[in-house]
Design a protein around this ligand. Structure first.
Ligand code: SP5
Ligand code: ZN
Length: 341
């Protein structure tokens, strides 16, 4: 399987994540992608290709112009105000207030975000754009006839909605790739999100559509991030009714239990008969993950990859979360090797 990778991910080097009332070094850091890349090479998974530039047009199919413009200029505008640290949202439109776009940078940061752990800094825009190009280049490989491809995206994307960043995500790489499949002639695309966290951005982007089936297996949002979306009674609305599936699990869920939900999701995908499958691949389901609570083991990722291959679909993997950097390379490449059989 080919991997698409860009060193531009290094431009995303925030120094602060708000966690527990203090600023810590971000869990989502450059070592993650480098460790995965090293393992891809070490295990000779296949060729590693640079991304091709796809411009803003495919991003505009998913994200609004004003949001894209905000991300491009946020750091400049923040700095122009003489702020001493990284751009961190600290105010939102609460219940009873208006959802109106303010002019001030603090107000705009709140308008376009849903969480304060994700700061914007110099280079965030360049890295986020490169991650989209990585996803779209891998998408083109699959559209061109490859059985599967791995988009080593960083920053990740599944929390990003049409006009929202947060959860370490800025552009919804998987969603943009799904739209690209459709724009190239696919009739139906399924996005299966196996990251520990609910793919709230992906769900919201496609919630009223039936041409993209969204499925997510994740920690119960009553207990963990993103807290306000991802419950099992969210099944889609309008044309999208019946085209969103959430499966939630409690703390300490082992693979034997997690895979039952995987089976349900796989059955739904088979019934849907998509032209392409996108796996939003997070490995923060790992037992040692520092911010999550499932109990998957490294060998379980081989089994996961095997099961996904049995679906027999053209498959694009986009990298999402996973924060035990020591194990992230092994776990991710296990999924891909399991898939290849
Ligand atoms: C892509 C992805 O996996 N994003 C995850 C974003 C999670 N953000 C909230 C993290 C809250 C971490 N709390 C840590 C408690 C550790 N004891
Ligand atoms: Zn996650």
């Amino acid at each position: 399987m080919k991997t698409v990778y860009s060193p531009l991910h290094h431009r995303r080097t925030a120094v602060s994540e708000l966690d527990g009332g203090v600023l810590i070094p971000p869990h989502e850091n450059p070592n993650r992608a480098e460790t995965i890349l090293a393992r891809v090479k070490d295990q000779q998974l296949g060729e590693v290709l640079p991304p091709e530039s796809h411009g803003l047009a495919p991003i505009r199919r998913i994200h609004s112009d004003r949001y894209i413009e905000f991300l491009e200029h946020c750091w400049r505008d923040w700095q122009a105000e003489g702020k001493p640290g990284e751009a961190i949202p600290a105010v939102w439109s609460g219940r009873g207030m208006r959802e109106r776009l303010p002019k001030d940078i603090d107000g705009r940061l709140g308008f376009y975000s849903f969480a304060a752990e994700t700061s914007i800094t110099d280079g965030t825009w360049e890295a986020a754009r490169a991650a989209v190009d990585v996803a779209l280049t891998a998408q083109a490989l699959v559209a061109g006839g490859e059985r599967a491809a791995f988009a080593l995206c960083r920053p990740p994307g599944h929390h990003a909605a049409e006009e929202l960043f947060g959860g370490y995500c800025f552009f919804n790489n998987a969603g943009i790739a799904a739209q690209a499949f459709l724009d190239q002639g696919a009739k139906r695309v399924a996005i299966l999100d196996v990251d520990f966290h609910h793919g709230n951005g992906t769900q919201s982007i496609f919630y009223q559509r039936s041409d993209v089936l969204t499925l997510s297996l994740h920690g119960d949002p009553d207990l963990v991030f993103p807290h306000f979306l991802g419950f099992e009674d969210e099944t889609g609305e309008g044309d999208g009714e019946g085209y969103n599936l959430n499966i939630t699990y409690p703390p300490n869920t082992p693979f034997e239990v997690w895979r039952e939900g995987l089976e349900t999701a796989c059955q739904r995908i088979v019934d849907y008969a998509p032209d392409a499958l996108i796996i939003a691949l997070g490995v923060d389901t790992f037992e040692e993950d520092p911010i999550s609570f499932f109990k998957l083991k490294s060998s379980d990722y081989l089994t996961l990859g095997q099961r996904l291959a049995e679906l027999g679909l053209p498959t694009l993997f986009t990298m999402e979360g996973g924060y035990d950097v020591d194990a992230i390379g092994v776990n991710v490449v296990n999924v891909l090797k399991g898939f290849e059989g």
